[in-house]
Design a protein around this ligand. Structure first.
Ligand code: GDP
Ligand code: IMO
Ligand code: MG
Length: 423
């Protein structure tokens, strides 16, 4: 009986999907606990590439149950697109995909409101994925939301109309933006027909019963800890708790049931959208990381901002999550760098600190870098960690010391098999 957690330690896109898919094998159930279709989790199996947005990344493992938890916001339109892609790939998810009745729904006007809100912010925009995440969580906390369980209510259409009318009142306050509400609404009602065929559950009971029966559960995070609504670089964050605390509220799992918290971090750092990024490289080195690492958003296709790995930032998220082990991904992206930099401290307000300041937005932070030798060779052919070049292992050892946390695995490619234990 145990729950392990996989979550991102940076600003998202750390490679969580790949790691969840790889490790899912050892579990009975994979459960998403927050976020929604703003997530894009990429999985490469046997040369085929899949991108999941709402469906948990354990779906490609036969016999494993996948649960969309109450903390998730679900858009029936994206959900159906994902379901169709899986059907096309021959994945029979129907008996293995369960949805919490308490998960909130994203309706078309949530996306409309998201776009209007971003447009009204001008240069101060968050760089949202425009999937309606913020407005849907606002309706949840504002106690206006529609939930998956409501799809089965005889008066669902009336409930939908009521929330839509509330939204239209707000939309009139924003500048004009193009949105074909009639077409989106028609799609929405078509898609909910298919979503209604999924198995809806009282997932908090379902999950706790499974735990009582000795089942092993893997909780899958979305976004990254630096996008957490409370602890991220506010206001440039998403609208949910992306840290391990979100597992408890997003699945109904008590804190004492959590065993391992596995933090995923890239061997460098990226961010998509606006907001502070202390180690960002705006030069050709940043461009090289973006090109070699194919750093373009899995959900929006936007170029990701790139920079060196940031130790104060990672120490912060390791602390917040209670991380028990770290997995470093995309180590291969550093293959062609003669020198690799690591930000060990921050310099701001005439002091050197590893603490992220409250006013990180707008404050000039100068990272203090330590240069390390790169291994300057391809990691592609290695099939064990021990066989990898000494300089690559030195880099990992240094990170382990700086982070004061065990690095249990390294990933050297997008494919399932390119993941190696360090022990
Ligand atoms: P997630 O949101 O955390 O699941 O990550 P994304 O899927 O958005 O972005 C990670 C990207 O890196 C995807 O394109 C993955 O296929 C790819 N990827 C994952 N691990 C590795 C790795 O070790 N090396 C390389 N080169 N790519 C990787
Ligand atoms: P995965 O799960 C990277 C970013 C957006 C924007 C901010 C708010 O793939 O790691 P939102 O749509 O939530 O209103 O956007 O958060 N963002 C992500 N960045 N990976 C993600 O998910 C993200 N989900 C949201 O770019 O800056
Ligand atoms: Mg992603």
């Amino acid at each position: 009986m145990a729950v392990d957690v996989i979550l991102g330690l940076q600003w998202g896109d750390e490679g969580k999907g790949k790691i969840v898919d790889y490790l899912a094998d050892k579990y009975d159930m994979v459960c998403r606990f927050q976020g929604g279709p703003n997530a894009g989790h990429t999985i490469k199996i046997d040369g085929a590439k899949y991108v999941l947005h709402t469906i948990p990344s354990g779906i490609f493992r036969e016999d494993i149950i996948n649960v969309i938890g109450n903390g998730v916001v679900l858009d029936p339109i994206t959900m159906v697109k994902e379901m169709e892609a899986l059907e096309k790939a021959g994945v029979n998810f129907w008996p293995r995909l369960l949805v919490s009745r308490k998960a909130h729904l994203i309706v078309p006007t949530h996306r409309y409101l998201d776009a209007a809100s971003e447009a009204s912010k001008g240069l101060g925009k968050i760089g949202s994925t425009l999937k309606g995440i913020g407005p849907a969580y606002m309706d949840k906390t504002g106690r206006n939301g529609l939930r998956v369980g409501d799809l089965m209510a005889p008066d669902f259409e009336a409930k939908y109309t009521s929330i839509k009318e509330k939204h239209m009142g707000l939309i009139r306050l924003y500048p004009e933006i193009a949105f074909d509400l009639d077409a989106e609404e028609q799609k929405f009602f078509e898609c909910i027909e298919k979503v209604r065929k999924l198995k809806f559950v009282n997932s908090e009971y379902y999950i706790n019963q499974a735990l009582d029966e000795g089942k092993q559960i893997l909780a899958e995070g979305a976004q990254g800890s630096m996008l957490d609504i409370d602890f991220g670089t506010y206001p440039f964050v998403t609208s949910s708790n992306t840290i391990s605390a979100g597992v408890c509220s997003g699945l109904g799992i008590a804190p004492n049931k959590i065993r391992e918290v596995i933090g995923i971090a890239k061997a460098y750092c990226t961010r998509v959208g606006s907001g502070p990024f202390p180690t960002e490289l705006l030069d050709e080195t940043g461009e090289k990381l973006r090109t070699v690492g194919s750093e373009f958003g899995a959900t929006t296709g936007r170029p990701r901002r790139c920079g060196w790995i940031d130790i104060p930032q990672l120490l912060y998220t390791i602390m917040l999550n209670g991380v028990t082990q770290v997995i470093i991904t995309k180590l291969d992206v550093l293959d062609t760098f003669d020198t690799i930099e690591v930000a060990t401290d921050y310099r701001y307000d005439n002091l050197i600190s590893q603490e992220l300041p409250f006013d990180i937005v707008g404050k000039q932070i100068d990272p203090v870098f330590r240069a390390m030798d790169g291994w300057a060779s391809s990691l592609d052919s290695y099939r064990s960690y021990d066989a990898m070049p000494e300089k690559a292992r030195n880099y990992i050892n240094s990170l382990e010391q700086l982070l004061k946390t065990r690095i249990s695995m390294v990933s050297t490619g997008p494919e399932r098999e390119k993941l190696f234990g360090t022990a």
